[in-house]
Design a binder for this molecule. Sequence first.
Ligand code: NAD
Ligand code: ZN
Length: 347
Amino acid sequence: MLALIKTGAGPGLALETVPDPKVGIDDVLVRVERTGICGTDLHIDAWDAWAARTIEPPLIVGHEFVGEIVQVGSSVTDFAPGDRVSGEGHVVCGKCRHCLAGRRHLCARSIGLGVGRPGAFAEYVVLPYTNIWHHWPGVDPEVAAIFDPFGNAVHTALSFPVLGEDVLVSGAGPIGLMATAVVRHAGARHVVVSEPNPFRRELASRMGATLVVDPRERDLADVMAELGMVEGFDVALEMSGNADALRSAIDSMAHGGSIAMLGIPTEKVAVDFDPIVFKMLTLRGIYGREMYETWYKMTVMLQSGLDIKPAITHRFGFRDHEAAFAAARSGDSGKVIMDWTAAREAG
Ligand code: NAD
Ligand code: ZN
């Protein structure tokens, strides 16, 4: 099969022919139709310090996908060829305290698809059946392709109650954009999106932001005054990984407010703990998705009218992977999708 591979230590990815994956007794083999490019894939492509200490080439990259099951292992009874599915990208151990208690998102031994095991930027991908999500009828195939990052957005956005609350979203990358639509759908009052990139601010408005702000030009106290907010934000979703964004969120919270932290800082962040203590804030780290409550919530919110499709801005055939990665890297994009169906037609 054709697959997009990190062939050795250093920048770049190559489209190469590799053996088809082997299907174990508990595995599901999926013919990939569409994939989404994640920031993780950009890190692996660029071969930054994180990638250099984490990735062992050769590796097929990618973890956001939708496709069709073509084969199941002999122990698999709940899935069948023809099912349209996506994969949960965290393969958990299944044996630890949290896994056994059903809190699989807290497994300390989870292995990432396209990070610690062969990924989904390929004609075929294999996963254990416990990592497969069977899409309900009617889910848009492009939206299905990005259930993984959509799940990051939903997991973060719903980690604290937002009904009637004022919510700050820091960072309008693909995940912040989707989270904006989610908190709006979930009944937030004001949704303020802070984002330096004008292309993404414009998209955030389309996703339902009450107000978008360039943090370099205007501070949040000013925004709160315009909206008639008295105390501060009830909930903040940190989706930038930027130290200044985190500090200004902490400073702008109402007493008793909660910050869900998804963004991954690229360096250590110095934080003033005074406002955290005296305002009695809650800070919660968010990693991945809850298996499979988040997946259920994504599905039913789509059924009840949530629209995240405007967050998808670019589409490429898989052979144009360099252009696709360039679009994702540029920042002037939301989610970038690669289509793998042409591989099947050609082959
Ligand atoms: P992204 O890098 O595309 O988006 C981050 C956005 O933050 C960018 O648009 C950037 O312009 C903006 N930003 C930069 N400085 C800012 C500032 N001072 N204030 C406000 N915004 C600022 O990333 P993404 O794919 O949307 O993911 C969001 C974050 O979540 C990233 O940090 C990513 O690494 C992280 N992530 C975490 C998990 C997890 O499980 N915890 C999973 C996926 C991604
Ligand atoms: Zn575990």
